[in-house]
Design a binder for this molecule. Structure first.
Ligand SMILES: Cc1cc2nc3c(=O)[nH]c(=O)nc-3n(C[C@H](O)[C@H](O)[C@H](O)COP(=O)(O)OP(=O)(O)OC[C@H]3O[C@@H](n4cnc5c(N)ncnc54)[C@H](O)[C@@H]3O)c2cc1C
Length: 471
């Protein structure tokens, strides 16, 4: 019986999920599939990378996933990891403004105020800024005929102060982005829909927000695994036949050969495939199919470099100014770090008793040079920043710096149309080659898993159609 050969390029969470769901479908639906996952590095997981050391569970890349976007939790459950899931502790978070920490105003949903009193009392905005934001209650709808930036959208509704001091540090943390370039349609389309329906964002948020359950502890919205997110990678790997994973194989070219594809690895190895799912970041795809004429404009899908700095302290050596889980920093504060998480306050399993683990972030769109600085420079500047608001009595016991070059894809204005166009042209010119992953339709882990599932569906659909012809 013919076995359909499917090559999956890239062993990050998207590629691993593709391989997992293909294997599952092959077994459950009795489809003859031969899946090969080709990863350039020796380590699987891509951006997911946990270090377990001396009782610490340290995430160098992502640290958790949103429960609300269900695909990641569902995958963890399918893999039998239910007893390892951990939910974040809910605590106060803060914003640095004029070198002081300010409470996140209660009722601010992704930066949009929904409660009057905390908003009126916060010192994050001047009186003029507060009055400007309240104009949202009166302003008419904006024209919704084309994609605009997240910055433009919110600046028109709520004014610059609320955007720069609250919305920007909250939202841009997800993409390390410049809000004035970030596409509203690709990242937060529900805000445009809310304006369309309710006109005012403040009123829309108030109406659509689920009522707070009476006398119930607020519940964390994020999940991770108690031995780190890498557990997910290991659990998927266990489900895949060992010979279906090829490590240290950087694909440098894809050639079309009659009804098959040939994939050429840097070390000269060749693989044939009926279908390819490419889950590499977009720039790698451009290198692999250099003769493809329909690549997006050069400015499409740029990627920002960031670094994470993990520091371990004796708990007695750190004086936190307040109870809470950390703080974010607006772009206008002139600091090197962009955010600081008091990691074991948010995730108690990450540090052994008596120790304190902190994670700092550096680098954001347009401000990335710091990522290339040597460790001592990054450490010194990061410490200078945190010492503005925290007392550190003794030096850290250890640190880990992880540089993620060109790792945060920027969904700039026009992104959704570009991705649609790319997929259409690939379908015409490279039938059976599909793309998925963080460069395209969402960068969060659940978004990547959803894209993996969608790509698997497309392959299976084509196989089923071909099977009909074969009969
Ligand atoms: C610092 C940081 C923090 C983050 N925090 C969170 C978070 O808390 N929660 C969340 O949901 N998301 C978070 N994200 C985003 C999320 O981690 C990523 O978007 C997601 O893991 C990307 O998965 P992927 O499989 O699409 O890509 P990647 O993980 O980049 O995997 C792509 C793989 O392709 C391989 N590859 C590339 N080129 C080739 C080639 N030519 N041949 C073969 N293999 C190749 C790479 O080596 C890599 O393994 C974070 C990202 C970063 C960088």
């Amino acid at each position: 019986m013919k076995k359909y050969q499917i090559a999956v390029i890239g062993g990050g969470i998207t590629g691993l999920s593709v391989a997992y769901y293909l294997h599952k479908a092959g077994k459950e639906e009795d489809i003859p599939l031969q899946v090969t996952l080709l990863e350039e590095k020796q380590r699987l997981g891509g951006k997911i990378w946990t270090e377990r050391w001396n009782g610490f569970v340290m995430e160098k890349g992502p640290d958790s996933f949103l429960e609300r976007k269900t695909s990641a939790k569902q995958l963890a459950l399918e893999l039998g990891l239910e007893d390892q899931l951990v939910r974040n502790k809910v605590g106060q978070s803060y914003i640095l403004h004029n070198n002081q920490l300010h409470l996140m105003p209660e009722g601010a949903v992704m930066g949009v105020p929904t409660q009057l009193t905390p908003f009126m009392y916060t010192q994050l905005f001047s009186l003029a800024g507060k009055l400007r934001a309240s104009l949202d209650l009166l302003l008419p709808r904006q024209k919704a005929d084309k994609d605009i930036s997240v910055g433009e959208f919110f600046r028109k509704r709520l004014g610059n102060e609320v955007v720069d001091n609250l919305i920007e540090p909250l939202l841009s943390g997800i993409y390390a982005a410049d809000l004035d370039q970030l596409s509203l349609k690709a990242t937060f389309p529900h805000f445009a829909q809310m304006e369309e329906k309710h006109r005012s964002l403040i009123l829309g948020m108030k109406k659509t927000r689920a009522p707070k359950p009476a006398q119930q502890e607020p519940k964390g919205q994020f999940l991770t695994l108690k031995n780190g997110l890498y557990t997910l990678v290991e659990a998927i790997e266990e489900q895949l036949p060992a010979d279906s994973i090829v490590r240290g194989c950087r694909i440098i070219q894809i050639k079309k050969e009659l009804s098959k594809y040939q994939l050429i690895c840097e070390d000269g190895h060749k693989f044939t495939a009926d279908f390819i799912i490419a889950t590499t970041p977009y720039p790698a795809l451009q290198q692999i199919i250099p003769t493809f004429k329909y690549f997006l404009p050069p400015k499409a899908i740029p990627a920002t470099s960031v670094a994470t700095v993990l520091m371990g302290f004796d708990e007695a050596d750190v004086d936190l100014p307040y109870e809470g889980t950390g703080f974010v920093i607006p772009r206008n504060e002139q600091t090197t770090i962009t955010a600081c998480t008091w990691t074991n306050k948010k995730w108690p399993h990450t540090a052994p008793p008596g120790m304190f683990l902190m994670r700092l972030y550096v680098g954001r769109c347009g401000d990335e040079a710091i990522v290339e600085e040597p460790d001592d420079v990054i450490l010194q500047q990061s410490l200078e920043d945190i010492k503005k608001v925290m007392k550190i009595k003794n030096k850290h016991i250890f640190y880990r710096i992880s540089r993620w070059r060109h790792s945060m894809p920027q969904y700039t204005v026009g992104h959704v149309d570009w991705v649609n166009q790319l997929e259409e042209e690939l379908a015409k010119n490279y039938p059976g080659l599909f793309v998925a992953g963080a460069s395209y339709r969402g960068i969060g882990i659940p978004d990547c898993i959803n894209q993996a599932k969608a790509a698997v569906e497309k392959v299976l659909k084509q196989i089923q159609t071909q099977a009909v012809f074969d009969y």
